[in-house]
Design a protein around this ligand. Structure first.
Ligand SMILES: [Zn+2]
Length: 367
């Protein structure tokens, strides 16, 4: 019973309340804690094995070039977080390859620095074990960026496209609205309706640049002429080129000030300046999803001891790696055929499996 409670990731207090309410029996916190301690080694070994299997699969899938890894850190609690966890996920298989728990007591007093330290350690571990990392994706963390550049020049770096575009578009807001006083100086009325259009254009440009910096820059340049009504440099697949009766849905740029502001905006974006950092169009969405899913094992409002914290992280890894790639069906809408984004539909995933629990239980009985 205690083994089951520990492995389920249930908190002890809700469990006792459940027992009381259902009159299923009583429990003993000492037994629970002892079981947790005894299980910690077993669970940690299982998690290690799971990460190793994940690494082997990633290596097999990525060939000689090496693994593409996405990393992100999350804090253990809302405020005054004592610990942080940094995960390294394979960008292709989405399984957890590595994790580092850092605490303000043993490692660095600032949780903000934990991600950098942990990422460095993960890359170092891989290097020592001879595991080749081709590329690392992170969410535009500058100090991680610096570590990769300085210490791991052989590892390619990519920034999460979603974060990059979010940052870029926040500076677009400054030229599309403002006060009366600064109108036509810092911002222009003709740009007010172009936020979504430009955002989509940037997405499309990155996703279809085919690893070519010039192509990406040209595609970004086309934004300015497109909104002036010139479509010579627009993509052949876009509406304005394909449809002979195309009529722009947004206000045409006629004022040189507006044209100038938009062109300056495009050339000042980090994407235009450093196209190589987003060229592959990779994202950290899975590692962020993992950080959210971790919450069911590590609720934010609780504090944990070092052992039970690590047990919970290990259980999460086992659970995630077993279930992240489980098959799913999509509810496809036939009318939307050929339009990838709208067509994604609702995901219906198959049931989660819990084989890892069985393995832990067997090892527990053998011990
Ligand atoms: Zn066009």
């Amino acid at each position: 019973m205690a083994c089951g409670v520990v492995c389920s990731g249930l908190m002890y207090t809700p469990f006792t309340r459940f027992l009381n309410a259902t009159t299923l029996g009583s429990t003993n916190e000492r037994v629970y804690n002892e079981t947790c301690n005894r299980l910690s080694t077993i669970i940690s070994n299982e998690a290690k094995a799971s990460k190793e299997r994940a690494i082997q699969n990633s290596l097999a899938g990525s060939g000689a070039s090496g693994i593409t890894m996405e990393t992100d850190a999350c804090f253990s609690a809302f405020r005054n977080a004592k610990r942080s966890i940094t995960f390294g996920l394979c960008n292709e298989t989405h399984t957890v390859l590595a994790d580092k728990v850092k605490s303000t007591n043993h490692d660095d007093s600032s949780v903000q620095r934990h991600e950098t330290i942990a990422t460095k350690e993960i890359l170092n571990d891989f290097k020592q074990e001879g595991i080749k990392v081709r590329c690392i994706v992170h969410d535009s963390n500058n100090s991680v960026s610096k570590v990769v550049k300085d210490d791991f020049p052989e590892v390619k770096e990519q920034k999460d496209v979603w974060h990059v575009i979010k940052n870029v578009m926040s500076s677009f807001k400054k030229i599309s609205k403002g006060t009366k006083k600064t109108e036509n100086i810092c911002w222009h009325g003709q740009l007010f309706d172009k936020y979504d259009g430009i955002k989509n254009h940037i997405w499309y440009s990155i996703m279809h640049s085919g690893n070519d910096e010039t192509l990406l820059r040209d595609s970004l340049d086309a934004i300015v002429s497109h909104y002036q009504g010139y479509h010579e440099s627009c993509r052949l697949t876009s509406h304005c080129v394909r449809n002979p009766r195309y009529a722009p849905s947004r206000v045409l740029l006629t004022d040189p000030i507006a044209i100038d502001l938009l062109s300056k905006f495009v050339h000042d974006t980090s994407i235009y300046k450093n196209p190589h950092l987003v060229l592959e169009g990779l994202s950290t969405s899975y590692v962020e999803a993992a950080n959210n899913a971790l919450r069911s094992f590590l609720p934010k409002r609780h504090s944990f001891g070092d052992t039970s914290f690590q047990v919970r992280v290990d259980l999460f890894i086992l659970h995630w790696n077993e279930n992240v790639n489980r098959p799913f069906k999509r509810a496809v809408v036939p009318q939307n055929e050929g339009t990838p984004r709208e067509n994604s539909g609702r995901k219906y995933q198959s049931k989660k499996t819990f084989q890892y629990l069985e393995k832990i239980w067997i090892s527990y009985l053998e011990a």
